[in-house]
Structure formats: structure tokens, C-alpha cells
Ligand binder design. Structure first.
Ligand SMILES: O=P(O)(O)OC[C@H]1O[C@H](O)[C@H](O)[C@@H](O)[C@@H]1O
Length: 538
């Protein structure tokens, strides 16, 4: 293992050199560039040739990975070590898709027994809801399922349910997360409480938004079917049995998971129940199979061909070497519309940290701002800034090559052409001279406005088609990329203390928005905003 300090220094030196290069020139100088700066796992292709990375820079990144102990840290996660040190927990979302049933002991007990038993219950429940064997209190099959949850108890199943729309053959799915009453009200409008199943999904079963929405949904159901049988319309996904029972959901309608599954890593657990109901148990298993394929690849492939390692190193290269503060995630697939939001939680809640694992302030930048929208929509909105703005934002294009709409093949060609055109345009730009030549003398005054600096990096992740297996594999790729970056930054990717302060203050402000409680002691702005609210709501 090399020492980390010289490894960082070497990376920075390589980055300083590479920053002076034109990406396009790297292709001109090396016909083998694509082969050298791409990697694949079956049909999944990671193309990082349209970046400033050079062979010595990649070697420096590999050294950094080794100096940071990425492999040992990875193995510790897969072996069930308590790597989430600030919460003293193991991190074992990989156990949920451990399809080979490799024993994974936590405190000496193999977790796979509990995992498999829980899946057996979940799959039976999901299939019974789909077939109507588990029916509503009226005896009619459930036509609609509402998942009430937030953060990791919403984004995963909501993202995946949309992504796998062509595979839906169960009841309709709806997701309510925001405590804004508009979310619940708009969702309930048009639904029949007599044939609606509500899944209350909360790891802790204390999250204020979820519990508030769940209580209101319960009133809506009970008003239609009666309090005595309202429970037939509920299921719960949680790690907190006592809280679930206190809410009035029967033990047999509760599906558990474990403290070693982080919220943003929980789509593979019982939190995936809505997806199981939408697409069925077999396809959910294919989703797990895809993640397992990526887990095995991450666990065993040499670092230089290891997709999550490479993607993580590219992240470090852009964030630390090149100094870019953001990255755009741009899926060229409308059904991946919620993927950027999902990745925002996965990435920013994991790596938005400023303390090292040993409790010192980090001396380098950590997690970037992650944002995006599907293409081609984004092209007509914010790509202007990507092409001509003053900041360079590396883009990650995600591209399923085959669409499901075979009768709309022309759409797919247009979609793919646009994706390829964008990475080409970002890299090549259009020089002032070329712009002048194209515009001719008449357009001389416009040439500066209409030229493109280019030399803007991007990565393309392409695969055959968006199906359950490919989605599972893609999400696992991103999970492990976040892991690799955290390993190099020496931070804990698995806690989220940064969300607590706001929750605490909100709880204290709630009474101040009702009658009587004093806002004394609050700052002038907060007091004035409270008065503003009270003047309209008293
Ligand atoms: O599942 P729950 O316990 O309701 O938590 C829901 C979400 O809220 C928390 O504040 C965390 O920021 C998230 O990581 C979590 O996924």
C-alpha cells in the first residue's frame, strides 16, 4: 500500500497537467483511447474517454485507491463489519441481494436466514395482493396501492416503479411523501378508499411527515369502510415493531428490515414492497439479480476493470483533481425521470460530509452537488449553462440503447442521436474561427456569442435496455461508486446527522404557528415570518 499523502500529491500534479489538454486532442493523439478509457460488464458499458484522464492520471488514481485501502474497506462491508462507525452498525444492503446465499455473519449470526424468510413473506403478500387473494375489507381486490414514506422510504420504490412501467401488471401504484397536504389530497382524489391499500413505509416509524400522512390516510379509509376494518387496508414496512402496532397495523401485515440497511440503500428490502406488487415477485428477483451481478463484479474484478471503482475514481478526479463542484446526471430515458432525485439522496446524503472517519476535518473537497433531468427535456432548459456557462459541470449520460416501444423506433434513434450529440458538443465545442467561417461576414458580431468553448468532460453509461435486471445493476453501480469515493475521502457514507438539526427546530416551531406559543428568542427574520403566517392563519 502506498502512502496517501504522496498519492494525493501525484494526483494533483497529473490533474494540473491534464487541465491544460484538449480532450479532443487526446483522441487525435491516440486511436486506442476509447478502448483504454472504457470498461464493461456484459452489455453495460462505461465510457470515460471523453474526460481529461490520461494514462498517468489513471495510474495515479489507482494508486490513490490502493493507498486509501479501497479493497480492504470494500471487503469489510461485504463481511458485515460495523463500518458505519458513528451509528455502530454494519452496512449490508448487499446481503439483501446476496442471491448466492454466501453466509454473512453479523455478531456471529448469518443474516441470510432472516433475509430469505422476510422475502418469502413479502413475495407471498405481494402476489396475494396482485391475485386478489388478499382483498380489501369489502372483498373486492385492491385496485390501487399508496406508498406513504419519505427519503429512502419513498425515492427508491418511486424511482424503480416508474423505471419499470412496461413490466407493471399489478394494481396501480401511487407515492405520497411530502407533508404538504396537497400531496396526499391530490393523490386521494379519484381513488376509491374501499379498494385502496396503504403501505406505511418508515424505517423508524417516527418520521413526522410519514406519520402525519399515514394518520390522515387512515381517517380517509376509516370514513369509507369503518374503523373496525380499516386495518385490512394497511401494511407497514419498518424496523420498529412496537411503533407499528401502536399505529394499529397487525403484526402479520408488518414487514421488517434491519438496522444494517440504511434508508437510502433500502429499495432492496421490504421497502421495495410497492415495486413487488407492481411487477411481481419474479421480476423483483431479477432486480435483485442485477444488483447481485454488480456486487460480485465490485467484489472480485481487478480495480482497473472494476466499474464502480472506475466511476468512483472519475468522481474523485473531477471533484478533487479538476475542482468541479457539481455533476449532472442525465438519463436519456423518460422512465428514469426520478433517477436524478434518487441519486441526489444516495450521493449527497452519503458523501455530503466534512469529518473523516477518525474525527478530523477533511482537508479536501468531498461529495459534489448532484442534479439532473432526463434528456432530451434538459437540453431545452439548462444545457445552455453546460455548454456556455462559466462553470464546468461534468455530465453523466445514462443511455439504454433499446427502447420498449418497438413501434416507435424512430423516437429511439432520435433519443440516442441527441445523447451522443450532447457529449460530442460538450467535448468539441465550436471554436471562434469555425463559428466566424460559418457565419460569414454578415454574422461577424455574433461569433463570440455563438461559439462554444468545448473541452467539457462527460461519461456515458450505456446498456442494452431498461429492464429489472439492468435497473438493479445500475443502482448497485451507483451505490458502490459512492462507496469508493467515500473510501478515498475517508468519510462515513452511511450516517446522516446533517438532517437532524432542521427536524429538531421544526418540532420547536410547530407550536409557535398555533395559538399562544411565544417566538421570543428567535431571530428577527424567523419571528417576522411566524407573524406573517399567523396573520393569515389565525
Ligand atoms: O424511513 P424513515 O425512518 O421514515 O426515514 C426516512 C428518511 O428520513 C431521514 O430524515 C433521513 O434523512 C433519510 O435517510 C431517511 O430515508
Amino acid at each position: 500500500m502506498t502512502d496517501i499523502v504522496p498519492a494525493w500529491a501525484r494526483l494533483n500534479a497529473e490533474a494540473a497537467e491534464a487541465a491544460g489538454l484538449r480532450i479532443r486532442a487526446l483522441f487525435d493523439a491516440d486511436p486506442g483511447r476509447f478502448a483504454a478509457f472504457s470498461a464493461r460488464l456484459d452489455d453495460l458499458l462505461l465510457d470515460f474517454s471523453k474526460t481529461h484522464l490520461t494514462a498517468p492520471a489513471l495510474a495515479a488514481l489507482m494508486d490513490l485507491a490502493s493507498a486509501a485501502g479501497v479493497e480492504a474497506k470494500r471487503d469489510a462491508m461485504f463481511d458485515g463489519a460495523r463500518i458505519n462507525t458513528t451509528e455502530n452498525r454494519a452496512v449490508l444492503h448487499v446481503a439483501l441481494r446476496n442471491r448466492a446465499n454466501r453466509p454473512i455473519p453479523v455478531d456471529g449470526v448469518d443474516v441470510m436466514g432472516a433475509v430469505n424468510a422476510t422475502f418469502a413473506r413479502l413475495f407471498a403478500f405481494a402476489e396475494d395482493v396482485r391475485s386478489g387473494a388478499i382483498a380489501s375489507s369489502t372483498g373486492a381486490p385492491f385496485t390501487d396501492v399508496i406508498n406513504i414514506g419519505i427519503g429512502g422510504s419513498d425515492l427508491g420504490p418511486a424511482m424503480a416503479t416508474l423505471a419499470l412501467k412496461p413490466f407493471h401488471d399489478g394494481p396501480r401504484l401511487h407515492f405520497v411523501s411530502n407533508v404538504d397536504g396537497a400531496h396526499l389530497a391530490d393523490t386521494l382524489k379519484g381513488l376509491d378508499p374501499r379498494t385502496t391499500l396503504v403501505i406505511v413505509a418508515s424505517k423508524t416509524f417516527t418520521t413526522i411527515e410519514t406519520m402525519t400522512n399515514a394518520r390522515s390516510a387512515r381517517r380517509w379509509i376509516a370514513a369509507a369502510v369503518g374503523e373496525a376494518v380499516a386495518g385490512a387496508h394497511f401494511a407497514a414496512v419498518s424496523t420498529a415493531l412496537a411503533e407499528v402496532e401502536a399505529f394499529g397495523i397487525a403484526r402479520e401485515r408488518m414487514f421488517g428490515f434491519w438496522d444494517w440497511v440504511g434508508g437510502r440503500y433500502s429499495v432492496w428490502s421490504a421497502i421495495g414492497l410497492p415495486l413487488m406488487i407492481a411487477v411481481g415477485a419474479r421480476r423483483f428477483e431479477a432486480f435483485l439479480d442485477g444488483a447481485h451481478a454488480m456486487d460480485e463484479h465490485f467484489r472480485t474484478a481487478p480495480l482497473a476493470q472494476n466499474l464502480p471503482v472506475l466511476l468512483g475514481l472519475i468522481g474523485v478526479w473531477h471533484r478533487n483533481g479538476m475542482g468541479y463542484a457539481a455533476r449532472a446526471v442525465l438519463p436519456y430515458a423518460q422512465r428514469l425521470a426520478r433517477l436524478p432525485a434518487y441519486l441526489q439522496q444516495l450521493d449527497m446524503e452519503s458523501n455530503g460530509k466534512r469529518m473523516t472517519l477518525s474525527g478530523e476535518a477533511v482537508a479536501y473537497a468531498t461529495g459534489p452537488l448532484v442534479w439532473g433531468e432526463p434528456g432530451t427535456n434538459g437540453q431545452h432548459a439548462f444545457y445552455q449553462l453546460l455548454h456556455q456557462g462559466t462553470d464546468v459541470i461534468p455530465a453523466e449520460f445514462i443511455l439504454p440503447l433499446e427502447g420498449h416501444e418497438t413501434d416507435l423506433a424512430e423516437h429511439q434513434r432520435l433519443l440516442v442521436a441527441n445523447c451522443l450529440a450532447q457529449s460530442e458538443a460538450l467535448m468539441n465545442g465550436r471554436s471562434l474561427a469555425e463559428t466566424q467561417a460559418r457565419l460569414g461576414p454578415a454574422g461577424a458580431g455574433m461569433a463570440l456569442h455563438r461559439s462554444f468553448p468545448g473541452n467539457r468532460p462527460s461519461v456515458t453509461i450505456a446498456f442494452r435496455t431498461l429492464d429489472p435486471f439492468a435497473l438493479g445493476r445500475l443502482i448497485a453501480l451507483y451505490e458502490h461508486r459512492v462507496f469508493v469515493e467515500a473510501a478515498i475521502w475517508n468519510i462515513n457514507a452511511f450516517d446522516q446527522w446533517g438532517v437532524e438539526l432542521g427536524k429538531e427546530l421544526a418540532t420547536a416551531i410547530v407550536p409557535m404557528l398555533g395559538a399562544g406559543a411565544s417566538a421570543d428568542g428567535k431571530d428577527g427574520s424567523t419571528q417576522a415570518l411566524i407573524r406573517e403566517f399567523l396573520s393569515l392563519n389565525s
